[in-house]
Write a protein that binds this ligand. Structure first.
Ligand code: GLU
Length: 283
């Protein structure tokens, strides 16, 4: 059993992150396995070293020991580029020059499980126009979902407590695999690294269950193994809304500095007991 906790260092960690990290750590340790820390820092503009240091201090305070050094996505950019090349060679991705405003305007927006579905504007550009515009215009790379889903056929994954769960990547439309401002999207980087790290069970919040539709498809296209998944309930504040990085009161740094006992908190979280005012909800 190999699990991971994979924060993006774009803000401080909060109780929801602690809950996720405790579940992943404890699952590995109960099984005599390993628990790894991955820093999801592909977003160079928003990632901060101070958040990496704070995340490590938070995990230490909770008593969650890691196996090995932290893995950094910013050091794997070559792997993501190689995967994209592989998909490009099979005509499964295309460059997209649309701005956010273009997309919003052109949408008689069908919505997918994770938001608006890209209307496919750039999918039909000819090879010459593509080559010309790639040279001069910012662009991202999108998966040609219809082709990719047809190629892969029906897919499923093992979801804890549910058994086999069918993946529905087609509902997401032509997702972005490499961003204008970053060489990989969350979907591509996370899928490749979970495989490279040999993660056997991905434990993360239920807000990411829809992403697994896409991750499962990428595994099929790239010949990667499929781990088991456990998408857990989300920690919500007194207003019933899931915690976000902006909720200063629930950050682990705040609790740590207020003298809260991190090991005791980790034991409570493991048992599903949350500090007063917080609750667990399935979205
Ligand atoms: N880095 C992602 C986040 O902080 C989580 C990735 C994952 O667990 O798959 O939301």
């Amino acid at each position: 059993m190999l699990t991971r906790f994979a924060p993006s260092p774009t803000g401080e960690l909060h109780l929801g992150h602690a809950y996720s990290a405790v579940l992943a750590h404890d699952a590995a340790h109960r099984a005599g396995g390993a628990f790894l820390l991955r820093i999801d820092d592909i977003d160079g503009a928003r990632s901060r070293e101070e958040h990496v240091a704070a995340a490590i201090a938070d995990l230490d305070w909770l008593g969650l020991e890691r196996d090995g050094a932290p893995v950094r996505q910013s050091q794997h950019l070559g792997d993501y580029a190689a995967a994209l090349d592989h998909l490009r060679a099979r005509d499964l991705v295309y460059p997209c020059f649309c701005t956010r405003a273009d997309i919003v305007q052109s949408l008689a927006a069908p919505h997918g499980p994770a938001g608006p579905v890209y209307p496919g504007t750039c999918r039909h550009l000819g090879a010459d126009e593509r080559a010309l515009r790639i040279a001069g215009e910012p662009h991202c790379w999108r998966l040609d979902m219809a082709r990719a889903a047809a190629l892969a056929g029906p897919l499923a994954w093992e979801e804890a407590g549910q058994g086999l769960r069918a993946a529905d990547p087609a509902a997401h439309g032509d997702v972005v695999l490499a961003r204008k401002d970053a060489p990989a999207s969350y979907h591509l980087a996370s899928t490749i690294d979970d495989a490279a790290m040999k993660v056997t069970e991905v434990i993360r919040g239920a807000d990411l269950i829809a992403s697994t539709d896409v991750h499962r498809l990428l595994q099929a296209l790239l010949g990667l193994p499929t781990p088991a998944y456990r998408h857990h309930a989300l920690v919500c504040g007194a207003d019933g809304k899931r915690l976000a990085k902006r909720d200063a009161a629930a950050t682990l740094a705040t609790l740590r500095e207020a003298g809260v006992d991190g090991h005791a908190l980790a034991a409570d979280l493991h048992a599903g007991r949350l500090p007063a005012g917080y609750s667990l909800r399935n979205p």
